[in-house]
Design a protein around this ligand. Structure first.
Ligand SMILES: Nc1ncnc2c1ncn2[C@@H]1O[C@H](COP(=O)(O)OP(=O)(O)OP(=O)(O)O)[C@@H](O)[C@H]1O
Length: 257
């Protein structure tokens, strides 16, 4: 089977600082890839490259056989991206914003409106469909962002901390949605710090540290290899981090006289 995303020796520097130091990764259709790593490891940089937002990288990235640099527009059309923080045009209503997004993807207007209504209803936002988003809570805006990433029914879905701001019910909905999308053959690239969720939704976990991949496998495989029970422990072990308990104690000690 050909990989949907093929990354070879990906390197990226900001000025003289190299933050991706040779990432090799093949991702296949139907995979939910959990992409995790400590702050500053290079996760968002990888995601921005994949989405075509950064093109000054070295190495090779192919999406469905197309080179990301030479076929950027065709690649972008295949990808749905849900960023962690995005500036929504919040003077618009969800309907206006999502129709604008749909038009960027050349979606037929009737199809687009139908999808918008269904997704917003599924998220419980049907009453707010024509309300300006500047009054929306963080979670409500996040739901609109998720809808905008899925609107053109992309084959590849890249999610960067998609659950930020969502309530418990919405988290369950998104977790279930991710599973169902993968079963339909979509490829999900899921970037997150929320270990308990990555553990549950991903069928393959990539851990990066300081710009290199330090672990690649299913949660069960990583557990066996590392002899640990939780992804949090595996994460701490492989990234050489001090345990959370120790850090919390050190922080408390900062208040000692
Ligand atoms: N535009 C930029 N200019 C200079 N340095 C940058 C830029 N963007 C990111 N960096 C640096 O590159 C490194 C990797 O950043 P990146 O955002 O990819 O990490 P991350 O793994 O997503 O981190 P986090 O978990 O904190 O979101 C960090 O040290 C960061 O300071």
């Amino acid at each position: 089977m050909e990989p949907v995303i093929s990354i070879k020796n990906l390197r990226k520097s900001y000025g003289s600082r190299q933050v991706l130091k040779g990432i090799d990764l093949d991702v296949y259709a139907g995979q939910v890839l959990g992409y995790i790593g400590p702050n500053g490891a290079g996760k968002s940089t990888t995601v921005k490259i994949l989405c075509g937002l950064l093109d000054d990288y070295e190495g090779e990235v192919q999406v469905k056989g197309l080179d990301l640099k030479s076929d950027a527009l065709a690649v972008k059309a295949m990808i749905g991206y849900v960023p962690e923080l995005a500036e929504l045009y919040d003077v618009l209503t969800p309907m206006e914003f999502l129709k604008l997004m749909g038009s960027l993807y050349n979606l037929d207007e009737i199809v687009c409106v139908n999808r918008i209504e269904r997704m917003m209803t599924a998220f419980g936002l049907q009453q707010q469909l024509n309300q300006r988003m500047d009054t929306f809570s963080k979670g409500m805006k996040q739901k609109v962002l998720i809808a905008s990433g899925l609107l053109h029914n992309p084959d590849i879905i890249i999610l960067d901390e998609p659950l930020s701001g969502l309530d418990a019910n919405s988290v369950i909905i998104i977790k279930d949605l991710i599973n169902k999308l993968a079963k339909e053959g979509k490829t999900i690239f899921y970037c997150s710090h929320m270990m308990d969720i990555v553990e549950k939704v991903s069928d393959r976990i990539i851990l990066i540290n300081e710009g290199v991949i330090v672990a690649d496998g299913s949660f069960e495989q990583l557990k066996q290899q590392e002899g640990n029970n939780s992804l949090e422990q595996i994460f701490a072990q492989l990234t050489g981090n001090t345990s959370g308990v120790q850090v919390a104690e050190d922080l408390l000690r900062a208040f000692d006289k």
